[in-house]
Design a protein around this ligand. Sequence first.
Ligand code: UD1
Ligand code: UDP
Length: 357
Amino acid sequence: MKVLVSVGTRPEFIKIVPVIRELKKRGIDTHFLYTGQHRDLCRPLFDFFAVHPDTDLDIMKENQSIAHITSSILTRLDATLDTVKPDLVVVHGDTSTTLASSLAAFYKKIPVAHVEAGLRSNDRYSPFPEEMNRVLTDRIASYHFAPTTQNRDNLLREGIAPANIFVTGNTVIDTVKFVAAKIQTKKKKQVLITAHRRENFGGPMEHICRAIAELARLFPDRAFLYPVHPNPNVRKTTGALLTGIANVKLVEPLDYIAFITEMASSELVLTDSGGIQEEAPAFGIPVVVMRRETERTEGVDAGTLILAGTEQSDIVAAAKRLLTDPAYYASFAKATNPYGDGHAAERIAEKLSGISS
Ligand code: UD1
Ligand code: UDP
């Protein structure tokens, strides 16, 4: 049995690295294929986790289109599959790497296993293109590793056979626990911010930045730390609206251990990220989700996330309440994180090794 694991972006690697480790631990021949969709954001991670790609398709272009990512991976992975000849392709999540890799495997009639299957917002344009990437990848995949029972139920509603769905928890908790054991944290009067979603480019991103500027004026004793995603569409807006505000610190993306240290030391997180909605509650940090929808509804139900939308006044109101109402804040900090127990990768690798025999 030979497994090819395909990864292209920062969050895919963070979440799949424990699975790669567990597969190798079980003696499974594992080929790590990196599409290179995120040329800069992944390299520090490979060194930190000491897991390096066996193949790099090197596809990234400045301000790339979705069509560029998809078409270059399809073409280049097709050739790699002929050389590597895997029996199974493992993909993660909902990026264009995920969908293109699944499709490339399908064209060779190689079965696909999808890790983080079954997440749904039920809005095909939000998150865009991720919602459609998930739906199509789950249609192609033969094996579905669903983080939660809600994710499993989404798959069952779409007619996926129950025997091919495995509820495992989210592997991000495995990674976060690995890193948490290595860091020292000290609480600071700090709000941590990230935003990068394509559907938020333009107007919503401007509202997000104006909300941050307003919060920085309202709370001059707080530091607003914002590691800015390298996407030029993000940088255009953050640069224009948030430069020169004394307590807003725009910085380059942080390496993973630094980012988790800052997260665990912060009072609050404002984000449109998927993974951060799962990680921050592991440290009891409330999250204001700056999106119109979330596929992480378990976090909203458990009281770890507030779905604020992208209007300036709604983001400000949500953050202001958390920063000024200690009883309200405490209810978030105490809520249980519904995304897993840190053993998801073991369950996935165990199942995959069963497929091989
Ligand atoms: C991608 C995924 C998104 C995921 C996100 C995680 C797609 C369509 N989008 O979005 O689902 O949530 O990654 O961060 O798959 N760039 C660099 N260096 C890097 C990475 C990006 O310079 O290491 C710049 C480039 O100009 C690149 C642009 O950012 O063209 C956009 O990157 P891309 O992967 O297309 O989109 P993301 O917004 O990162
Ligand atoms: N992250 C990081 N450095 C940063 C910002 C984020 O290491 O400066 C990590 C974060 O902890 C999480 C992942 O990157 O694990 C989330 O990536 P992103 O928000 O880009 O993607 P999404 O989860 O929305 O797909």
